[in-house]
Write a protein of this length. Sequence first.
Length: 178
Amino acid sequence: MNEMSLGRSSREVVYIKAKLSTESGTDQYKKFAIDPNITDYKVLFGLLRKCFDINCDFSVCYLAIDEFGEQFYLPLQSDWDLDASIVTSSDSTLRLKITLKPKVSDLQDWDIIIPSGVQSISRRRKSQNDTKNDLTFSDSKGPSLFSQITQRLEKTVANMRKAIGKTLFTRLYSSFIR
C-alpha cells in the first residue's frame, strides 16, 4: 500500500460513470468500479484510456456540488483532486466528463500555440543602433510587453535586494549585539 492510499476514503468501492464527448456529437458512456484505497490518479487515467480506447491527450473533470446544490465540473489533475472527488461524490458514484484534446500533426513539442482570442505578438527591431529586440502587441498603444516585463522584473529584484539586505543586516547586527 502506498502513502497516498493511507489517507484515502473509508469506502471500499466507488462507482464511476464516465462520459466521453466526441467531435461527431455522439457521446460514449462507461460504468465501472474502483477501489479508492489502491487506485491513484495515473491508474484511473489508464483505466479511462483503455475503456474508451483513447489514443490522444485528454482531460478529465468530475461533477461537484456546492453548498447551494449547484452542480459544476472541476478538473481532475492530481491524486489530491481524485481524493477530493471521491470524498465529495454523492451516493458513492463519481461522475467524470472526458474531453479529448486534438493533436495538431504538423507541430513539434516546442512549438508555441496561441489561442485564437489572443492578439498576435510580433517581434521587431526598434532601430539598427539598438541591439535589443522588443516584443510588442500589434494593436497596442501602451508600453511594449518587453518593457512591462522589464519594469516588473526590476521592481521584483529591487524588493528582493531590500529583503535580503534587511535579513543580512539583521543577522550581522544581531551577531554583534550578542
